[in-house]
Design a binder for this molecule. Structure first.
Ligand code: NDP
Length: 621
């Protein structure tokens, strides 16, 4: 990290971690050429189609290993709001609706409890890379103090359960239940919710918070179905096989076994240190290394936390969002790798302008590239400083811009490769060649394995209904898939024409703030609760976006590149459609408010607080 700014340290400042100084001067042109070369190596004609849905030998990977499925009679009744998905999207929506006085709320959730991503992802070392003070939603409302600057998965799961308890959201919930269809009954002005448990109940409103990274995907490696050893995906960790538990007990049952893990993304980075300690031999099959910045986790001081005044979390959220998206603030409250890169860019802009440059898009681009080059040189230098074997260190260096892939932060990952049991099998961008009954072929050699773990991520960019696992049928039988056949269309990412009384809870077409997902969700939930409260107040039976408002919002999103996330020049990954051309359709699902997340949050607050709810029709009768 850079020298901290000249101010008194806050309690959230971690211990400093000396980072090697990057080469000076940086050869920007040489870096550009290397980045392009590494990217081109990884481009594949099959793009996103390289991935498989878990079927056949792997069909069980979609099962719930944590909660037995208990038989129950089907439900046939009516609720005020059906909340599809019990992750943070559903929970914060439920909380805000409760605060608005809505009585019968029913969460329908495939998992055996609330928690969503944090219910499923129990792999060892799982934690959130976004600081708990801003990531954990509704901290003031629930009175919870995060134990650490970055909290581990069990605490996040417990917080999800705390929200459910605080707002009594489990009362009417259906767990271990998957929605199969939502259908609008125009005559009754009700949604009919059908599930895989034979339920068929009615709801006056539905909210859909199915999560951006919900369905596990597998790498389409030839022979994958022939593997004869034990295999599982990181989002369904098999502690019955590995021993240990999500709370961090060592995975004793792996002693003496040969374990392979495919993938080195954010998930793998967190579980590899644990596997490296537990397995007899660990083989990490790498296609593209992640960038690993400093973590610097530390406990939160209860005295300091207790002194925070009312409204502190909103202040922290806005501060993080401001700094993370290139804005100015007197103080950096979170002060971590996310805000560091953004501040470097911002400070470089100021420097260039002071040196006489005009504030043009070219100046902004140069500031971004200079800062990123500096940051990535530090990250590569850190690899050399930590990893003892020079060839392994060389293979672990990322050659792309930091935000091309999910940036990772860890203080034990790189160190794992110094253990004699931890072997990096680098494939120089090509990936695993094939899998057979005995193990994995990669980089021209065969590795015999007892266990193979897929850290291969989640479906992104596939059809909404496929990822969500159900179809939504709106007015006159139109499906959401039809409505979005040329790409997502909405007002604010929430309202869709032809789907009255239905609300989408997500990131896309709203703030699209990826560094802190829950901030998007809380804002969407607050907006939805305000709309439902208004509908109740005026006795409306239908709330729907007008065609004109939906079209105008889509036009606004398409009018600018600024809210759009994918960069085709980046190394391939789910951030950029695996490096393939990004169609107008794909762009729609990846876009956000053109003036940026903070401007969106200001805009939507004014929109709902004006009481006019422009673009919506409230119909009675
Ligand atoms: P990712 O999609 O990020 O990573 C998948 C990995 O599998 C990549 O390293 C990929 O390589 C590799 N891979 C795919 N196919 C092959 C192949 N044929 N051979 C070898 N390797 C292959 O999934 P993750 O589960 O790691 O992360 C998903 C997202 O979940 C993150 O981006 C983040 O948003 C979220 N997350 C958040 C955390 C947090 O702290 N908040 C923690 C963990 C996850 P390549 O890079 O070359 O494509």
């Amino acid at each position: 990290m850079n020298e901290p700014p000249a101010r008194m340290p806050t309690i959230t400042d971690g211990p400093t971690d000396a980072v090697p100084v990057p080469p000076d001067p940086i050869d920007h042109a040489a870096l550009r050429a290397r980045y392009a070369e590494e990217r081109d190596k990884r481009l594949r004609p099959d793009g996103n189609d390289q991935y498989l849905q878990p079927t056949g030998r792997y069909a069980h990977l979609l099962d719930d290993p944590y909660t037995p499925r208990v038989q129950r009679p089907p439900v046939h009744d009516e609720v005020d709001v059906a909340i599809v998905g019990g992750g943070f999207a559903g929970l914060v929506t439920g909380a805000r609706l409760r605060q608005a006085g809505i009585d019968r709320l029913r969460i329908v959730e495939g998992g055996g409890d609330v928690g969503g991503a944090w219910y499923w992802n129990r792999y060892p070392g799982a934690m959130c890379d976004t600081a708990a003070m801003v990531y954990l939603p509704l901290l003031e409302e629930t009175g919870h103090m995060p134990t650490m600057k970055y909290t581990f998965a069990p605490e996040i799961f417990a917080h999800a359960q705390r929200i459910a308890r605080t707002f009594d959201l489990a009362r009417d919930a259906l767990f271990s239940t998957e929605v199969r269809q939502l259908e609008w009954d125009g005559a009754a002005r009700r949604w009919i919710v059908r599930t895989d448990r034979g339920d068929e109940f009615r709801a006056r409103y539905v909210t859909m918070g199915t999560g951006p990274l919900h369905r596990p995907k597998l790498p389409g490696i030839p022979g994958i179905e022939t593997f004869g050893g034990h295999a599982f995906h990181t989002s369904r960790w098999d502690y019955a096989y590995t021993g240990g538990d999500a709370a961090g007990a060592p995975m004793d049952a792996l002693a003496g076994t040969r374990v392979g893990i495919i993938g080195t993304g954010a998930t793998a980075v967190q579980c590899i240190p644990h596997l490296a300690r537990a397995a007899g031999e660990l083989y990490v099959f790498q296609r593209t290394p992640s960038s690993i910045d400093v973590r610097n986790n530390h406990p939160i001081d209860p005295g300091w936390f207790a002194a925070l005044g009312p409204g502190w979390q909103r202040e922290w959220l806005r501060n993080f969002c401001t700094l993370q998206t290139g804005g100015f603030a007197d103080e950096d409250l979170v002060k971590d790798g996310w805000t560091d890169i953004a501040q470097r860019i911002r400070d470089r802009v100021v420097q260039l302008v002071e040196q006489g440059a005009e504030l043009t898009p070219e100046t902004m681009q140069r500031a971004y590239e200079d800062s990123d080059d500096e940051k990535m040189c530090e990250i590569r230098a850190r690899v050399d400083a930590i990893v003892e074997d020079p060839a392994t260190a060389a293979a672990l260096k990322p050659w792309y811009r930091q935000l091309c892939k999910r940036p990772c932060f860890h203080d034990e990952y790189l160190q794992s490769y110094n253990l004699p049991t931890c072997h990096l099998v680098d494939t120089d961008g090509r990936g695993v060649e094939r899998i057979d009954e005995g193990g994995v072929w990669a980089a021209g050699t065969h590795v015999e394995l007892d266990c193979l773990i897929f850290a291969s991520g989640f479906e992104v960019g596939t059809a909404y209904a496929r990822r969500a696992g159900f179809e939504t049928v709106g007015r006159d039988g139109e499906t959401l898939s039809d409505h979005w056949s040329d790409g997502m269309r909405s007002l604010h990412g929430i309202h869709v024409r032809g789907f009255p009384n239905a609300f989408v809870v997500g990131l896309a077409q709203g703030a699209n703030l990826v560094s802190n997902v829950t901030h998007n969700l809380v804002e969407a939930a607050t907006t939805i609760a305000a709309i439902v409260a208004r509908a109740e107040e005026v006795g409306a039976t239908e709330v729907e976006v007008t065609s004109a408002a939906e079209a105008a919002w889509v036009d606004l999103l398409q009018s600018s590149e600024r809210g759009f996330l994918g960069n085709p020049e980046c190394t391939p990954g789910y951030y950029n459609n695996e490096g393939r051309a990004i169609s107008a359709k794909d762009r729609l699902g990846m876009s956000g408010y053109p003036d940026g997340p903070l401007a969106y949050f200001d805009y939507i607050e004014q929109w709902r607080e004006s009481g006019r709810f422009e673009g919506l029709e409230f119909r009675t009768g």
